[in-house]
Design a protein around this ligand. Structure first.
Ligand SMILES: [Zn+2]
Length: 208
């Protein structure tokens, strides 16, 4: 099976100047007005001094969850000839559910089968944080991280396991307190090579 996935991967990409950046416009005044209108529309009585700045705080909190600070996804030549799995486990993340505008949070396990290039390990955690800063569902987030890492590293394979609790499911609706959602996003050899996929899932703790 491994012969189907040459160790060279799709070729060198990224590099030391692979700055990841995205400016998202934020109209704070309009957002504050909208939050104030929402609170009023929900029939919540206008608060006194304590609640006066609530719209501002809500906007600041959401803006922080959605903010994507730029970073360099630093890669370097694979002179170590590391062709086996590199796995960073238990990267904490928080994202915002696109269906309910409520947070979901947990940990990400990101595994890579390197091609021509290796990546600074902390950059895998940065990639998770960068992708998590947005409105999305968990399935999208996992696929987004996997694509992000695969494209920028030219990796032979990438696997992303997310284990998360969703406020929209734990605190409302079915109120399944403590229920965890596990998603797997695998690309390249970690999707196609059963032995590589098994090793990855075993080391993440998802498979026995
Ligand atoms: Zn939700």
């Amino acid at each position: 099976m491994r012969t189907a996935h040459p160790r060279t991967g799709p070729g060198p990409v990224g590099g030391p100047d692979a700055l990841v950046k995205e400016d998202r416009p934020l109209d704070r005044a309009a957002a504050r007005q909208a939050v104030a209108a929402l609170i009023a529309a929900l029939g919540v009585p206008a608060g006194g001094e304590v609640a006066r700045r609530t719209p501002e705080r809500v906007v600041a909190g959401l803006a922080e969850l959605l903010d994507r600070p730029g970073f360099e996804f630093t890669t370097f030549p694979n002179t170590a000839e590391q062709h086996d799995l590199v796995l960073v486990r238990a990267i904490p993340f928080t994202s915002v559910c696109a269906h309910h505008l409520l947070p979901f949070s947990g940990v990400a396990h990101v595994g890579v089968l390197p091609g021509h290039r290796l990546v600074g390990l902390s950059k895998l955690a940065r990639a998770v944080a960068w992708c998590a800063a947005g409105l999305q569902v968990q399935e999208e987030l996992g696929q987004q991280v996997a694509r992000f890492v695969e494209e920028r590293m030219g990796a032979r394979g990438v696997g992303v396991v997310l284990v998360a609790e969703h406020a929209c499911m734990n605190r409302r609706g079915v109120r399944a307190l403590g229920a965890e959602t596990v998603t797997v996003a695998a690309r390249g050899a970690l999707a196609d090579d059963p032995a590589a996929r098994d090793e990855f899932l075993r080391l993440t703790g998802v498979a026995a």
